[in-house]
Design a protein around this ligand. Sequence first.
Ligand code: F6P
Length: 361
Amino acid sequence: MKRIGVLTGGGDCPGLNAVIRGVVKGAVLKRGWEVIGIEDGFDGLLQDGRQRNLTPADVRGILPRGGTILGTSNRGNPFSFPVERQGGVVNQDLSLQVVERIRRLGIDALIVIGGEGSLKIAMELMKKGVPVVGVPKTIDNDLMETDVTFGYNTALETATYALDKLHTTAESHHRIMVMEVMGRYAGWIALESGIAGGADIILIPEIPFRIGTVCDAIRKRSARGSRFSIVVVAEGALPEGGGRVVKVTADATQAVERLGGIGDYVAKELAGCLDMETRVTVLGHLQRGGSPSTFDRCLASRFGVKSIELVEREEFGCMVALRGREIKSVSIEAAISRLKLVDPEGEMVLAAEDLGIMLGR
Ligand code: F6P
């Protein structure tokens, strides 16, 4: 008999509920163990009363639901937690409280469903004696050691569908339509949705762009009789020699800067050098929301049950991962050692260029 804690950390992502359901089925139904759901990511380990028993009845019907029934947070890092002090906010290390609460709750192992940030916290807890197993989540698909993270496929579907819709207006009005998608450090969503949605220009963080070259590419299209252009830009894309466009800077309460506005920047620059109407669409959190795709439901469910198998085998410090067609166990340390970025000389980029898509270089 074991008692397993499970939490969802970082930004929400389609498929979180499918993982939770897999965890409960694998633990409670298959092994007769107990599952304790922790609310709002690691924040739920900072107070009593924010943990609840999860039964098969609690996970009934949640497979197709977006978001997370447990709630999440992409702010609260217990190792550097923002607390109010004399009118200001300072960061404090509250990790000992967390470790102590996990012990008091009788949790034998903690399953952390999260991206790079949450898995880093998980490893810090592991060093303090908490047995952890990771499940890789992020629509950005930037985690190493797994072919793909769950949630990414759904985000891609959303972005591709949006591009199909933008095409019709672009064509009818002979406009440049710029679509800004998520992708802080990695341009996977922009690149793959751009290829699938027939984009003309794709700008990603891994390839700093030259606006003059982008303008030339659009001029060439016009000369060939194409009177519109579709530009997909990742939020973290940046001009050569310039920086990312930041909406909110990082401070004690905001651990990482909030990006946004590169779409407007690109549109303004294009309007400055081309005589074409330009419009911007920021897809934003539409990419993170809604029902998971078939692929993500299946992957997330397999990740959920596999994470329980890792607990049973006491493979702590490990993460479930998709390798080829199989779910494997990999080291969390390796998964968080660096981000999985698009290779500017890799097959997918070269294929995009062979398709006549311009990547800003
Ligand atoms: O999940 C990662 C991500 O999608 C990034 O691409 C983006 O910068 C971030 O989430 C935005 O998160 P939020 O607006 O919820 O803080």
